[in-house]
Design a binder for this molecule. Structure first.
Ligand code: HEM
Length: 406
């Protein structure tokens, strides 16, 4: 095994998942990308990952994974294979265009007042539960509830159903991690079947009585009978929107709060208006990205990654978190600088699969953070209860984050 193979081995251990950044530094020292072994490659430099993401020669596994019997029996995998996250052109282009038509910047911008209302209600509830000085779990009471409420509002999922999705989606998201042992998918499969059942019922309801929501808009497309969106694609992309719509943004809030607690002068600057909130959010995305990696498949012959030939059928692991800490692109990458010039991290990806919800995630963060800091001027980490990270690498964040409000 090459040097990069040993480093990746460490990255997938518990310690590596807890703090991948020193390992990214070691990979940068080896070069911008490397051949790990067989048909497996890894890229860590910003310019290399950016180029692979924008190169149509590199694609996703898509439905090809379903021809492998061991994979095809896992609904947690097959469901994602039929969503845009895992599709290739022309199917990706067809379905992504439909989704972009309903997920418009106008629809996102129009959500601003609703987001402010949701934030105010959540802050009231936090204030109630922490009024006696007892710790409040920031992840569950705020970081999860805000984005799940927003995406459910868009999808038309009733309020009473929303808060049950955190545990279910965390189980489903095991399928997005780098797994070698398929038996770890058992809880992901159970959770996926439950979520599918939920959406099947919701689709039936909205088909019978459409509303002004994304689910009804996508059902309308599926019902045109011209092949623009199959029933399977409808279901898979609704599941994807729900998962992508909150799990990542939840982690943006948790990772951002950790940055603030570790650097109290930043919170003071945000409160005083001397630190720009949009710059702060962008730098959190760079500094501790909620999505640490993705990968691509070489779809044709003659491809290269940083000058290394990559044969057709090879997998290239793209370490977005490493790209965001590439000193050639971001000088002093370990320094948190909300006013970093030309700050364009790869946290939302790039190219054809660039995150469909990037504007929504940013809107939620820039709206919520000032309101949170204004409402709780003495917000602090709880003394006797530690913040605990989820044991995940791809979707990086906290499981619990106890805080006190005063
Ligand atoms: C901080 C929050 C978020 C982060 C860091 C994030 C990150 C990403 C990344 C890295 C990708 C590309 C994956 C790849 O190229 O393999 C992606 C795709 C996607 N994201 Fe997000 N995301 C966030 C929030 C959201 C939200 C709020 C939504 C939806 C409402 C969303 C919906 C999607 C969808 C549908 C895709 C698939 C796009 C495609 O494959 O064409 N994301 N996201």
């Amino acid at each position: 095994m090459t040097g990069s193979g040993a480093i990746l081995g460490e990255l997938f251990t518990e310690a590596g998942r807890a703090d991948p950044y020193p390992l990214y530094t070691k990979l940068h020292e080896l070069g911008p990308a490397s051949h790990v072994d067989g048909t497996f490659f890894v890229a860590n430099a910003y310019h290399v990952i950016n180029a692979v993401l924008r190169n149509p020669g590199f694609g996703k596994w898509g439905q090809s994974a379903q021809s492998i019997p061991e994979l095809a029996e896992h609904p947690s995998l097959t469901r994602f294979n039929q969503s845009i996250l895992d599709m290739n052109p022309p199917d990706h282009t067809r379905v992504r265009r439909l989704m972009a038509t309903v997920f418009t910047p106008r629809r996102v911008a129009a959500l601003a007042p609703a987001i402010t209302d949701i934030v105010s209600n959540l802050l009231d509830a936090m204030a109630d539960s922490g009024a006696d000085g007892s710790p409040v779990d920031f992840m569950d009471s705020f970081a999860f509830r805000l984005p799940v409420s927003v995406i459910c509002e868009l999808l038309g999922i009733p309020e009473a159903d929303r808060y049950r999705f955190r545990a279910l989606m965390q189980d489903v998201a095991i399928a997005l991690e780098m797994i070698t042992d398929l038996s770890v998918l058992a809880p992901a499969d159970v959770a996926m079947l439950e979520i599918e059942k939920y959406f099947t019922a919701l689709v039936a309801e909205r088909r019978a009585a459409p509303r002004d929501d994304l689910t009804s808009a996508l059902i309308h497309d599926a019902d045109q009978g011209d092949g623009r969106l199959s029933e399977e694609e409808l279901l898979s992309n609704l599941v994807l929107l729900l998962l992508a719509g909150f799990e990542t943004t939840t982690n943006l809030f948790g990772n951002g709060l950790a940055v603030l607690f570790d650097r109290p002068q930043l919170a003071a600057g945000l409160r005083a208006g001397t630190v720009p909130v949009s710059g702060f959010v962008e730098e959190v995305l760079r500094f501790d990205s909620p999505v640490q990696l993705t990968s691509r498949l070489a779809m044709s012959d003659g491809l290269q990654v940083a000058g290394i030939p990559v044969p057709k059928g090879s997998e290239v692991l793209l370490l977005l978190g490493a790209a965001n800490h590439d000193a050639d692109r971001f000088p002093e990458p370990e320094l948190f600088d909300p006013e970093r010039p030309d700050n364009v991290p790869l946290s939302f990806g790039a190219g054809a699969h660039y995150c469909l919800g990037a504007a929504l995630a940013r809107l939620e963060a820039v709206t919520a953070i000032p309101l949170l800091l204004d409402r709780f001027p003495d917000l602090a980490p709880a003394k006797d209860a530690e913040r605990i990270r989820t044991d995940r690498l791809v979707l990086r964040g906290y499981q619990t984050f106890p805080v006190v409000l005063s």
